[in-house]
Design a protein around this ligand. Structure first.
Ligand code: NAP
Length: 304
């Protein structure tokens, strides 16, 4: 059958593609790439020119699904959108986490040059360096060995946005925690903060392992997470990440660490709301689909 491809803006004809109803979206994308070398598979996004049941064009989001799944017949017109240059998801994570790992210790090691005075470091400054570094080492290792991402790439522009956030926040936190005038809080503060940080990091890792085990290797399958903190909230990995930074802030008692915690909490809350909605929409109990637990909260157990 013949499929006509036009631009999503302006409906300009790009090419015609021969495909079968049993062809997958990935096969369609590969055929498109053959005719338009610049637009490799990860750069392509197709939507139908007719509207779906919800009154919106249907996006061909699942590469493994067949064209018939999206009700595409002969002489269908599809709209093509260029997603722009892409970068591997793993590379983005590695670069954005390598920044904090390299930047944070600079303020600790070169404190004499940066603050203009030689001073005896507090044990809290030593502990903070260890905690901050371990957090990002853990994230790097999780990115390589634990997570099973469903998307291979993301737009290159995200790299600059994410690096600005992580690298910028690291400078802000590290500058004040390692400052010559830094005063350590009481040891009870340090103890409570450190324990909260360590327990939260462990729980965050457990959640990531649970998420990994939901997805068979090489697939992009999504399932309802069950057990442990997932029985209470949809995104306990975010909950634990936030409590880890609350622990770090209590331990160091610096305003910039609290600001970093608030920024991260806000961002993760926004994402958690979207993920919670997606779960409820995806697992609606209809047509053999499992039903997402109705009493599960978003990010704060029993409350939110
Ligand atoms: N400090 C901060 O500002 C900040 C902000 C964001 C994240 N983080 C940290 O980074 C970690 C990872 O963040 P994220 O946003 O990538 O977490 P996420 O969306 O929860 O995903 C983690 C991994 O699990 C997979 N996954 C999620 N739900 C799944 C399901 N129902 N079935 C199968 N697989 C599923 C994801 O695959 P997909 O590729 O399909 O999504 C991804 O590979 C967070 O837990 C947090 O510790 C920190």
């Amino acid at each position: 059958m013949k499929i006509t491809i036009v631009t999503s803006r302006g409906n300009k004809h790009i090419c015609d593609i021969e495909a079968e109803t049993t062809s997958t979206v990935l096969q369609l994308k590969k055929s498109f790439e053959k005719k338009n070398k610049k637009y490799y598979v990860d750069r392509q996004r197709f939507t139908t020119s007719t509207l779906g049941a919800d009154g919106k064009p249907v996006a061909l989001t699942d590469d493994g699904k067949t064209l018939s799944h999206y009700n595409i017949k002969s002489d269908t017109t599809l709209l093509f959108k260029d997603l722009g240059p892409q970068i591997s998801w793993t590379l983005v994570f590695l670069v954005e986490y390598a920044g904090p790992l390299c930047i944070y210790p600079l303020f600790y090691i070169f404190s004499k040059q940066i603050y203009g005075t030689d001073f005896q470091k507090s044990y809290v400054q030593d502990l903070a360096l260890i905690c901050y570094s371990l957090h990002y080492i853990k994230r790097l290792l999780e990115t390589i060995f634990v997570h099973r991402f469903s998307h291979g790439t993301m737009p290159l522009s995200n790299l600059f946005k994410n690096c600005t956030y992580y690298w910028g926040c690291t400078i802000m936190v590290s500058y004040f925690v390692n400052h010559a005038l830094y005063t350590a809080p009481s040891s009870i503060n340090v103890f409570v903060g450190l324990v909260l940080f360590a327990v939260s990091e462990f729980l965050n890792l457990m959640c990531h392992i649970q998420l990994r085990n939901l997805r068979p290797p090489g697939s992009t399958e999504r399932r309802i997470p069950k057990g442990g903190l997932f029985d209470l909230v949809s995104c306990p990995n975010y909950t634990a990440e936030i409590t880890a930074w609350i622990g770090f802030s209590i331990m160091t008692q610096t305003l910039t660490a609290f600001i970093f915690t608030l920024l991260g909490a806000f961002q993760m809350y926004v994402w958690a709301v979207a993920k919670h909605r997606r779960y409820r929409k995806e697992f609606d109990g209809q047509n053999g689909n499992p039903l997402y637990p109705r009493n599960r909260k978003i990010i704060v157990p029993f409350l939110l």
